[in-house]
Design a protein around this ligand. Sequence first.
Ligand SMILES: Cc1ncc(COP(=O)(O)O)c(C=O)c1O
Length: 417
Amino acid sequence: MTTRLDHSIGDALFDRAQRVIPGGIYGHQTPAFLVAGAFPKFLSAAHGCRVVDPDGHQYIDFMCAYGPMVLGYGDPVVEAAAERQRRLCDVGTLPAPVMVELAEKLVDITTGMDWAMFAKNGSDGCTWSIAVAREATGRDMVAMVGGSYHGVHGWCNAFQRGFPDGERATVLTFSWNDAASLERLFAAHHGKIAAVMITPFRHEGMHDSELPTREFLDSVRRQCTSNGAVMIVDDVRAGFRINIGGSLQHWGVTPDMTVYSKAVANGYPLAVLLGADSLRTPAQGVFYTGTFATQAVPLAASLATIEQLIVRDAIVHMDRVGRRLCNGLAQRASAAGLAVTLSGPPSIPFMTFVADDGGFDRSRTFSAECAGRGAFFHPHHNWFVSMAHSDADIDAALAIAEVGFAQVLAEHGADQA
Ligand SMILES: Cc1ncc(COP(=O)(O)O)c(C=O)c1O
């Protein structure tokens, strides 16, 4: 049995939640995706890289709110910028000047992008980018990597329930790192594919976070160009942890459109659609709006976030502490005689146990033991590090992970030779 903390206050809150909220907590934050009894269900406070549950237990957080907290929770510079804007105006009858400043900054730093528009979440950003591609090409079909996550809208909802099959009628799928599978789609649907949407690493649920090969990305780029399709990068999850100019710049590839959300405003709700000049008129033609779409506080927070990412050389820092975490986990797992796979960009790492063979039994034991000792590692979703994770935080988490590996050995036995 893994180490368990007392979660009685959080559990009582969950009982209340179940009476007034379907499922108590829904979506990806449902307790059903974590290990029952081992993880908290709610968080009542957060600072830097640490979160506190309603029972007062503190955790070094390797989820960063599923990505947004790129500088850390409650970053003082971002919070001050947000507060300044809040005093001026947040949701207004017309947009605030900061919208133009942020658009200029994003266009300035993002390779190949000439305009920016704003929304509230990644799902809206991805769906809207496809609408722009359809408007630009006069075509309907969209190609995406099978199983990839692009949000909750009907065309790509991972669970499909509640949406008619027709919503997926225009969606084609190809395989990650398999350029030939995309070639086959273009051949079979010649002149009909409006857009190809890809992510900077493999985003298939419950799958190792495989990185792209350079050949794959080059080929996607070439195929989009030669077939007149729009290449869209869904940078919602990876954005601002790999390259400040857009994640695919790491591999030297430039898309036609980029969608950001999670980390763009250090926790404030914002999504950004960026596009090349050739898509400016179609972007203007697709009616997009939202009561809160131009909310000014997140825009100001985003401007400050981007400036601080640059000033603090945050991407280099996150890569470095991410490598420290991955190397430390690999060493400790190997010392325990357990084979693990560490995948993904170092700043968005993911670990699976080879002996789990595509399942997550050992991951659940490991993450449960770590949660009981104050480190929050999700059992089957990729993790995130932030600018607020110091070497000392990583080392403290590694000391906990060592006990996590020992618990895996105790519960599941040694790996078979
Ligand atoms: C790659 C990717 N695209 C789109 C989305 C959807 O973003 P949101 O949850 O903000 O709607 C997510 C969210 O996890 C994501 O990881």
